[in-house]
Write a protein of this length. Structure first.
Length: 398
């Protein structure tokens, strides 16, 4: 732990009988009964939960990278070093034994090692020829070894794979105001499909081999690594991101991911998956803005389809934007907007075709079906419906 920083007691946060975090220092904290452990520091306890800076994640010590992304060029380090030693040995020998100039020695070494062998730069005596034989044996052997590694990398496709990975890393580095999807299982795949359809920029963080195989076969940007680690989230651009969706199938892992993401970017909007009802509040205390239970939402949807099938179909059509030019958008009223202090009736929004369904005030209060006399204030978030052209006109008006 860094000097001048403190840790306080982290009360137990349990899922069933398994303690998630139960210690007060930066030593490993048990997650299950196995060897997996999490590291935390600077925890501030409020209520029964915590606010912690995550050093690392279960099963890994601080600073350890989950999946190393080494360049295949690292395999050239040994042969290139050997080749450099051969050149230094040959040049020094020609200069000391034959008293050649640096240029002549370098030229002779290059023609000998590459087996071009036009002719000797200067006549060699017996000692020089014996020395030259050692240069030929060591130099040609080293060159063959170097080309062998290069051919092996070409056959294995590692060079092409590294080039593709570097291109993807550069594309991820260029993202701003994007979303990070943690996990590419069934739910993560669905979230990615929705983002792709809506044109929302995003990157997936995944560590498991099978989802990574599917990601490599797609055009989706991804980072291979543990979503609960600082390294993977930083590589995914969390400091520039607008939001994060953690959709792994373990509530414990979702808590760790949420804690790590919130520590790295306090302004991030986080949506977390919860498989069990009693995990919802834990995820909120960990820093999630919204918690989604797929089973509870599925039950609500099935009931709504049974009772109000037409209304649900209409909402699905509008929200998904399929075969209809009608969208629901969020419009933020910023400070300095020309609409500040005006009522909805006088704002001109309805004149351009934008119908305001609700207003979320800065305090968090939600006002549904606002009256025409509703006054617009700074940071009001308007939920409006209309065509895409009408929404664009409303954005320009605000």
């Amino acid at each position: 732990m860094a000097s001048g920083r403190r840790s306080v007691v982290v009360p137990p946060v349990t899922f069933g009988r398994r303690a998630l975090l139960t210690s007060s220092s930066t030593r490993p904290l048990p997650v299950n009964s196995g060897s997996a452990a999490g590291w935390v520091r600077d925890c501030e306890g409020r209520d029964r939960m915590l606010r912690c800076d995550i050093i690392s994640v279960p099963g890994r010590a601080p600073g350890q990278t989950p999946i190393p992304a080494h360049s295949p060029l690292r395999r050239f380090r040994l042969p290139l070093l050997a080749l450099a030693l051969v050149f230094a040995y040959a040049i020094a020998g020609y200069m000391l034994l034959e008293h050649w100039s640096l240029i002549d020695a370098l030229y002779m070494t290059l023609t000998t090692v590459t087996t071009i062998g036009y002719q000797e730069v200067h006549p060699l005596d017996d000692a020089g020829r014996i020395f030259n034989m050692t240069v030929i044996i060591s130099g040609v052997g080293t060159m063959l070894y170097t080309f062998g590694i290069f051919g092996e990398l070409l056959v294995e496709g590692q060079i092409a794979s590294y080039a593709r990975r570097r291109r993807m890393e550069r594309r991820v580095e260029s993202l701003t105001d994007h979303y990070i999807v943690c996990g590419f299982g069934r739910m993560g795949t669905g979230v990615a499909a929705e983002f792709t359809q809506s044109g929302t920029p995003f990157v997936v963080v995944e560590a498991n081999p099978e989802p990574l195989t599917r990601l490599r076969a797609s055009q989706i940007l991804f980072v291979a690594g543990d979503a609960a680690s600082d390294e993977a989230l930083l590589e995914a651009g969390i400091l520039r991101a607008k939001g994060l969706v953690t959709a792994v199938d373990s509530d414990e892992r979702n808590v760790f991911i949420t804690l790590t993401a919130r520590a790295l970017n306090p302004a991030l909007f986080i949506v977390a998956r919860s498989s069990f009802q009693d995990s919802t509040e834990k995820l909120r205390r960990a820093g999630a803005n919204q918690v989604v239970s797929p089973y509870l939402m599925g039950a609500h949807r099935m009931a709504a389809l049974a009772i109000h099938p037409v209304a649900v179909d209409l909402l699905d059509t509008v929200l998904q934007g399929e075969n209809i030019d009608l969208v629901i958008e969020e419009l933020l009223v910023p400070s300095g907007s020309r609409l500040l202090g005006t009522t909805l009736a006088d704002s001109g929004l309805r004149a351009v075709g934008a119908n305001v369904l609700a207003i979320r005030k800065r305090s968090g209060q939600l006002r549904l079906n606002p009256a025409d006399t509703q006054v617009l204030e700074t940071d009001d978030l308007l939920v409006a419906i209309g065509t895409r052209a009408q929404m664009q006109a409303a954005e320009r008006l605000i």
